[in-house]
Design a protein around this ligand. Structure first.
Ligand code: C2E
Ligand code: MG
Ligand code: MG
Length: 748
């Protein structure tokens, strides 16, 4: 650059210049000396930066061409001069131009050589920062994008480094109530409620973050004003291998969700409380119900007791009896021991009730029960079946023992009873059946004992009878007849015979001479006949009770009524004198609701006037239930049908009832007529009946008149009508018609 001086001084200078040259040539930055906008000298690096072939090629060039435009060159010049002129160093970044026209960023550092003489020129150090500038710009774009994302994110995002905020978005600030930028550089402690919380969170997240995993938790954090806020927090280390580079935290307000959850928990709890309350209520209800059930069971047990024992006497009733008897029979069977079943029934007990009232009757039964109970052993059962019927079951009792007890009971039961002011006597009838001879079960033994008792009554009452094989045969026949009777109507085995009824004309003074003495046929009694192909003629006295117990009497009775009235119609048509038709009614028919309508219907069907019909009702049937009898009689009477009391004298009609009965005739039972001529007592009875009937305005008819003597007596006593073998047996319809017509001829 300049000549080397000879002196030591100049040699030191040239040494310094050489050193400077080396420095310039090897400097990493471009260095240039500019004077009056001209490049005076530059180093290698400078020429490289601007694209000159060599430093020498740059010398003399105008500095203006190193800029993008002249205008820019001048603008920088004026900016730089303002600094340089004060003697300061100018530093700045500037877009410059290479020789090939390429623009680039350069960092300029300039200084005047002599600030007092700017014309001396300036030294510039140039650094090509284009690459760095581009990278910076890219980075800036990136962070701008990031910021955009951060600022628009709906969640709070914060970057932490050493637990301090390096970056935070608006959402995060808002979430915790901070103003923009207020959290920058702050410790994350800011949004924790306490130091402990803050420390705990740090401990909790350290491990997952160090492992490179996401940390996630729900935390109760705090706003700036101290109000707690539930947050869901997710965090991840920016670089897991270097936690000091910090972490990113994404935070979301879940207070609403937490509240909802808490409310849900609360609601669930309330529900549980409610359920518990209801369960409690329910269990109380159940307890109350159980209590009720227990009470009901107690009541039922009480009823059961009532159901097992007779209310009046306290004795076992028929249910308990059946139970005990079955057990006793089982024991007897196993031990091959005898056992007796004894039926006891008071004779005509109904009279006591009817005449003295039920209270007296009941008191008597209570006394009887006590006597029976007192007469037997502990293992024996005394039961009341209802009414005046008692049944005794006697284990380990043979025939001799049973007979002995029966005799004892007979005496006990017949002994007088004191009820109030009345001294009463009743007699029992008893029937005895033996196990195992008469039957193997209680049912059979009962039937046998009942049959035996029935026999005792038939034999005149006040007696006991053992069941016998003859009774056995009897019951077998009953069964046979019942079965045969079921088919009798269909198979036309039933027919009617007619017995003439005669009116007596009183002829005082005329003696019995064997003739009928002016008796006139006024009617007929229809009497049922059954002819069975194998059994032959079966008596109504035998089959009618069977028809009654089996219920067969209803269809049979209707048939009788229809047939009898049809026959009467045919006789009318055949020119017989106008007769009355008497038809027998069973108590079963009489008790049937339908009776008055049935009678009306049959009368209508046959076209017979009601007054031509006379219904015969036995005294027993009428007295069985006088109140009902009166009603039915009234209904029949209203239809114009007449009623007669059949077999009068065998029942126990009270005069008071008789007065109320709508009957027109009493038929004096043949048992009184039979012995009229020999038996003064019967004569007195018949006489009394006739007198009483007269007093009540009733007609009398005597049944079973077989002798002129009987007829004569009856006529003299004023009996108005008779029927009997003396005058005519019951006859088939044709024979009856002939009989009537023949007598009419005789009369004429
Ligand atoms: P009952 O109504 O008292 O009929 C009179 C019974 O005495 C008849 O017996 C008759 O044949 C009989 N008899 C008539 N005159 C004499 C006589 O001079 N001496 C004797 N020893 N007997 C005489 P029968 O026909 O055997 O009837 C017996 C009972 O059967 C009747 O007694 C009546 O209670 C009942 N009976 C007959 N037919 C019917 C009917 O169609 N329905 C109902 N429910 N019972 C009837
Ligand atoms: Mg009769
Ligand atoms: Mg009779």
């Amino acid at each position: 650059m300049c000549e080397a001086p000879e002196s030591a001084h100049s040699s030191a200078l040239s040494q310094a210049l050489r050193e400077l040259d080396v420095i310039l040539a090897n400097a990493g930055v471009g260095i240039v000396f500019v004077k009056a906008r001209r490049l005076v000298r530059c180093n290698q690096r400078y020429s490289e930066i601007y694209g000159f072939n060599s430093p020498e090629a740059a010398v003399g060039r105008s500095s203006l061409e190193l800029y993008a435009s002249e205008q820019e060159a001048r603008s920088l010049g004026s900016r730089a001069y303002a600094v340089l002129s004060t003697g300061e160093t100018f530093r700045g970044e500037q877009i410059m131009r290479r020789q090939n026209g390429e623009l680039f960023w350069a960092h300029l550092t300039g200084r005047l050589i002599d600030p007092d003489n700017p014309a001396d020129g300036s030294i510039w150090i140039v650094d090509d920062i284009h690459e760095r500038k581009l990278a910076d710009a890219a980075l800036e774009d990136l962070s701008a994008e990031q910021q955009l994302i951060l600022d628009h994110a709906m969640v709070g995002i914060v970057f932490l480094r050493d637990r301090r905020v390096t970056r935070v978005n608006r959402a995060f600030e808002q979430l915790f109530g901070y103003g923009p930028g207020e959290l920058d550089g702050q410790f994350s402690r800011a949004w924790y409620l306490s130091d402990e919380d803050w420390k705990a969170a740090g401990d909790l997240c350290y491990e997952p973050l160090a492992r490179g995993e996401a940390f996630q938790a729900e935390m109760l954090l705090g706003r700036k004003d101290g109000t707690p806020v539930w947050c869901e927090v997710r965090s991840k280390a920016i670089d897991r291998s270097d936690l000091s580079r910090g972490s990113i935290w994404i935070t979301q307000d879940i207070t609403a969700r937490k509240l909802a959850e808490q409310e849900l928990v609360h609601a669930k709890h309330q529900l549980e409380v409610l359920v518990a309350q209801r369960t409690e209520q329910l269990s109380q209800t159940v307890a109350a119900l159980e209590q009720k059930i227990a009470e009901q069971q107690a009541a039922e047990a009480h009823i059961q007791r009532l159901a097992m024992f007779d209310g009046l006497t306290g004795l076992p009733n028929r249910h308990l009896l059946a139970d005990r008897a079955t057990q006793a029979i089982d024991i007897a069977r196993r031990g091959a021991e005898p056992l007796a079943v004894l039926f006891l029934d008071l004779d005509h007990f109904k009279n006591v009730n009817d005449s003295l009232g039920h209270r007296v009757g009941d008191a008597l039964l209570v006394q009887l029960a006590a006597r029976l109970r007192g007469a037997v052993r502990e293992q024996d059962t005394v039961a009341r079946m209802g009414g005046d019927e008692f049944v005794l079951v006697l284990p380990q009792t043979d025939i001799a023992g049973a007979a002995h007890l029966a005799a004892k009971l007979m005496a006990l039961a017949s002994a007088p009873y004191q009820v109030e002011q009345h001294e009463l006597t009743v007699t029992p009838s008893m029937g005895i059946a033996m196990f195992p001879t008469d039957g193997d079960d209680f049912d059979t033994l009962c039937k046998c004992a009942d049959a035996a008792m029935y026999r005792a009554k038939k034999d005149g009452r006040n007696a006991y009878r053992f069941f016998t094989s003859e009774m056995q045969a009897q019951s077998a026949r009953v069964l046979l007849l019942e079965n045969a009777l079921r088919r009798a109507l269909h198979r036309q085995q039933l027919s009617l015979h007619y017995q003439p009824l005669f009116a007596l004309e009183a002829r005082p003074g005329e003696s019995a001479d064997g003739s009928d003495g002016g008796a006139r046929i006024v009617g007929a009694e229809a009497l049922l006949r059954w002819h069975h192909p194998e059994l032959g003629w079966v008596s109504p006295a035998e089959f009618i009770p069977i028809a009654e117990t089996s219920g067969l009497i209803l269809p049979i009775g209707e048939w009788v009524l229809r047939e009898a009235l049809s026959q009467l119609r045919r006789w009318d048509d055949a020119g017989l004198p106008e007769l009355t038709m008497a038809v027998n009614l069973s108590a079963v028919q009489f008790r049937h609701d339908d009776l008055p309508e049935l009678v009306g219907r049959v009368l209508g069907d046959t076209g017979m006037p009601a007054e031509r019909l006379e219904l015969e009702l036995t005294e027993g049937a009428a007295m069985d239930n006088p109140a009902v009898a009166i009603t039915v009689m009234n209904e029949l009477h209203a239809r114009g049908v007449r009623l007669a009391i059949d077999d009068f004298g065998t029942g126990y009609s009270s005069l008071s009832h008789l007065k109320k009965f709508r009957v027109s005739k009493l038929k004096i039972d043949q048992s009184f007529v039979r012995d009229l001529t020999e038996d003064a007592e019967d004569r007195a009875i018949v006489d009394a009946v006739i007198r009483m009937a007269e007093a009540l305005g009733l007609q009398t008819l005597a049944e079973g008149v077989e002798t002129p003597g009987q007829l004569d007596f009856l006529r003299r006593q004023g009996c108005q009508a008779v029927q009997g073998y003396l005058l005519s047996r019951p006859l088939p319809a044709d024979a009856f018609a002939e009989f009537v017509l023949a007598r009419a001829m005789v009369s004429v």
